[in-house]
Design a binder for this molecule. Structure first.
Ligand code: 13P
Ligand code: SF4
Length: 303
C-alpha cells in the first residue's frame, strides 16, 4: 500500500511539474518520497533555485511561507497548513515593532523560524547554519536577535557584537538540560555529542559540534568516530542513520519531539497534490520587505 501511494505521488509530481521538499525532521516515509531533504537554509535555497512550477513543502508553515516569499510565481503547497512552529508564534509583528522603537538604529536579525510579517520588519534573516556569519556581516556593533533566546545567546558567545535577546525558544530544544547530557555521556563515553544551536547555551557548551540539522549529517559523515549522542528533535535519527548506516546515533532525549513536524502523512501529500490544496501565498505588501531580509541572508551565505 505504501509503495502504491509513493508511486501515485511520484506520477502526480511529474504530471504537475512539482517537486517535493522535506525538512530533516519529517517522518521517514515523507523523507523517502521527497526529491530533496535538508535544513531550513538548504530548503530556502532550493526553493529559490528550482524551475518546477509547484513546490510541495513538507515541513512547518514558516518554511512554506519562505518558499513563497522567494518564488511568488510558483504555487507553494503545504499538505497540512496547520503544521506550525510554536517558536515562530512567540513573536508578533506588533510586539516586534514596539521593541524596534525602543532600540533605534539596532538591526534586527530574525531567525527563519518566524512568520512572513515578522520577517518583513527585519533587517536580515538567519538560520541555525549561518547565524554567526549573518551577525558578523552587519556593520553595526549591536543587533537584536528574534525570536530564539538560545540561538541568540549561542551566537553572542561566538561574536564580539552586543546581542539583544527576544524571550522565545523552541519548547523541545529548551528541555534538554546539562544533567541529561552528563548522564548520556556517562552511559556512552565513546560518543561525540552533537547539539542544535536552539539548545540552552549550557548544553551547547558541552557539545563537540553545535550545528544545523544538515550540519549534523555532514559532521557525522566526515568524522572518523562511530558513535554520536544527538541533542535535537528526535526525527533527526532517521536521516543520520540513513547517511551513515555503519554508525550509531543515540538521541539524548526522546521528549524532544515536535508534533507539528510529524503532522504530514503520505495520504496528506497525495490529497494535497490531487486537489492542489493547501496553497501558501504571502501578500505583496509583506512579501516584498520580507524578501529583502531573506535575500540579504542568502547573499551573505553565498558570498
Ligand atoms: P535547521 O535549520 O537546523 O534544520 O532547524 C530547523 C528547526 O526547526 C529546528 O528546530
Ligand atoms: Fe519550531 Fe522547535 Fe518544531 Fe523546529 S522543532 S519547528 S523550532 S517547534
Amino acid at each position: 500500500m505504501a509503495d502504491n501511494i509513493q508511486d501515485r505521488i511520484r506520477s502526480l509530481l511529474k504530471a504537475k511539474d512539482a517537486i517535493l521538499l522535506a525538512h530533516n525532521y519529517q517522518p521517514p516515509e515523507i523523507q523517502d518520497a521527497a526529491d530533496f531533504c535538508g535544513d531550513s537554509l538548504e530548503l530556502s535555497i532550493k526553493a529559490a533555485e528550482t524551475d518546477a512550477d509547484v513546490l510541495v513543502f513538507c515541513g512547518v508553515h514558516f518554511m512554506a511561507e519562505t518558499a513563497s516569499i522567494l518564488s511568488p510565481r510558483k504555487t507553494v503547497l503545504i499538505p497540512r497548513p496547520d503544521a506550525g512552529c510554536p517558536m515562530a508564534d512567540m513573536v508578533t509583528p506588533e510586539a516586534l515593532q514596539a521593541r524596534i522603537d525602543r532600540l533605534p538604529g539596532v538591526p534586527v536579525v530574525t531567525y527563519v523560524n518566524s512568520t512572513a510579517a515578522v520577517k518583513a520588519l527585519s533587517t536580515i534573516c538567519c538560520t541555525s547554519a549561518n547565524a554567526v556569519e549573518v551577525v558578523n556581516s552587519l556593520a553595526e556593533d549591536e543587533v537584536l536577535m528574534v525570536p530564539d533566546r538560545n540561538l541568540a545567546r549561542n551566537t553572542a558567545a561566538r561574536t564580539d557584537k552586543k546581542v539583544h535577546l527576544w524571550d522565545g525558544c523552541c519548547p523541545f530544544h529548551d528541555i534538554l538540560t546539562p544533567e541529561m547530557v552528563t548522564e548520556a555521556k556517562a552511559a556512552h563515553p565513546e560518543a561525540l555529542f552533537l547539539a542544535h544551536p536552539e539548545c540552552l547555551p549550557e548544553v551547547v557548551a558541552m557539545a563537540d559540534a553545535a550545528v544545523s540539522t544538515s550540519g549534523m549529517i555532514r559532521y557525522a559523515r566526515e568524522s572518523s568516530r562511530r558513535s554520536f549522542l544527538v541533542g535535537t528533535e528526535v526525527g533527526m535519527h532517521y536521516p543520520l542513520q540513513k547517511a551513515c548506516p555503519d554508525k550509531e546515533f543515540i538521541m539524548v532525549s526522546e521528549r524532544m519531539h515536535c508534533d507539528d513536524m510529524k503532522k504530514i502523512t503520505l495520504e496528506d501529500v497525495l490529497a494535497c497534490l490531487e486537489a492542489m490544496r493547501g496553497e501558501v501565498r504571502v501578500p505583496e505588501a509583506i512579501r516584498v520587505p520580507a524578501l529583502k531580509a531573506v535575500e540579504r541572508m542568502i547573499a551573505v551565505t553565498a558570498g
